[in-house]
Every structure is written in C-alpha cells, then in structure tokens.
Design a protein around this ligand. Sequence first.
Ligand SMILES: [Zn+2]
Length: 333
Amino acid sequence: MNAPCFTVSRRAQALHTAALVVDGHMDTLLHLLRGNRPSLGQRSDQGHADLVRLREGGVKVQFFPCYIEPEYKPDRAVARFLQYLDLFHREMAAHAEVVEPAFSAADVERITASGKLAAILALEGGEPVVDLAALRVYHRLGLRSVGLVWNQRNHIADGMAEARTGGGLTTFGVELVREMNRLGILVDVSHLADPGFWHVLELSTRPVAATHSNARALCPHPRNLTDDQIKALARNGGVMGVNFAPAFVHPEPEKAGLDRVLDHIDHVCGLVGPDHVGLGSDFDGIPSAPAGLEDATTFPRLTQGLLDRGYDETAVRKILGLNFLRVIREAIG
Ligand SMILES: [Zn+2]
C-alpha cells in the first residue's frame, strides 16, 4: 500500500499563513530543561518542535507548559517550576528576534502582527502553586495558564487516574479557581477527573480551556471529553484543543492519523458548532505522532483537511486559532 500523500494547495497554504494559528499545548520546554536539546531556537532532528519548525508550520501563538515530572512532586515542585521559569525567560531573551512572551490578548495581537511567535507561559500540574501568594507571584513572572492537575491527585483536585474516588476540587482548589479568575489566569481542565471538570465548570466565571483533549465519543479514553462535557464547555464559552497523541485519537493507536484528528474536530463542530474547538498538539509530550502530523511543520495539512471537508474560511480561522484567542481575551485579558 502506498503511503498517503499530504499535499497542501496554494489556497490552503495562503489561508494558513494568514491565519492566527494557536497551539494550546506542547512539551518542548521539558526536553530543554532536561538538556536533551540545546536550544529552542535551533532546528532539531529530535522530537516534534522548535522555533524553526513552528515557523515552518505557520504557528503564530504557542502555549509553553511547564510539565512538573512526578519525581519532583510534591516537595521539589516549586524548585522545579522555578527552573522552568528561568529557562523560559532565558530562551525568550536569547531568541527575541523571533519570539516574545505574551501576557494578554493585546500582546498576542501586537507580537504576531510584528511577525514573531507569541509565547504563553503555562503550567501543567498545580503542585508548585502551594498557596495563593505563590499563584500571584507566578502571575507577576508571566504565568497565564494552569492545568490544575496532571494524572495524579494533588492539593487542588484529582487527576484522571484518581477518578475512582469521585472527588472534585478541594477547598483550596475552589479558592484557586476564584483567584485565577480574578487575576486573569486561564484554567486548563485537561487531565482532570470528571468530577473536577464539572466542579470547575460550575465555579469559573470566565471561559476555560481543555488545552489538549479529544472527544471521548470517538476514542473512549478518560483524558478525552464526553459529549456532555463538550456541551458544557461550549456553554461556558470555552475551547478544547484537539490532541495528536495516538492513544487519545484512536482506540487502536496505530490507526491514528491526520484524518482521525479531523474526525475529532468534526465531532465537536457537529455537537456545538465551530466556536469551541482548536489545536492542542501535545507535540514533544507524546511518544509518537499520528501519520500525517509528524511534527510542527505539518500544521498546514490540517487547514487543507478542513477545507477538503467543506469548512468555510471563517470556520477554518476559528478552529486554527481565533477560538483560542477569544478565550485568551476573556480568561486572561
Ligand atoms: Zn498533558
């Protein structure tokens, strides 16, 4: 059998190049922090993304989560996050000609208009947020999005691997969501166990994001959202970024491919229209990428795929990034 051919038409490429393409999740900072890669600015033949490949893929806004590895939790989580903060700001300074940190929607618009990549500093796993004072300090240091948990339980909520006990947010978790709403830090509900998801949706006065989760109807994994959750996210005005991790794309991960990723987008649009879905690749956080989406240079193929499926240019622009931009404006400011 021949490998599928992924050509991108001039029309699709032009639309993609002009569009505000946002990727809601990518774990490249982890590899830099571990010393596996020398620099964000250098094209690497490892993993999925760097500033060169993001540019080739037409990405205009990139979330940069700091993933706190389990071995640092809980006692060394603050120290690990400080290392990430130092790394993030050093990388931004070292590559200031092509990337700049964005702390608001206005920053995103200004930075992308200047032709640079807008970088949003995020945290995956709330263990470093030991109290509200820490949250406020991190906000001053640029943090604008927090995934409350990874897969375990922490002092905020239960991760999806702890769903058995049925717990929502802790008392501190409730205070934290309120303070994030007040400060303008996006609440990321990816990785939460279902009761925590519902608890956040009940509480949050601002739109939230599932930065890197798919539709459970197409792939029944607890990291993905049920149809009821997707509808609730839409009522909240939020957004979900479709994740390229083969295990979240297809029940038989070896069958995951670009088409199936597009199926997840179709499913969400069929349920709630085109205003609540975006991209959350999980590049550099996934062991392998689906066929057709091998690394960050392949994003234009999604634009081609959406056009091929009959989406008009307005809907394509929303899915590529305007939905995320709306949530950034409403949740961060
Ligand atoms: Zn994740």
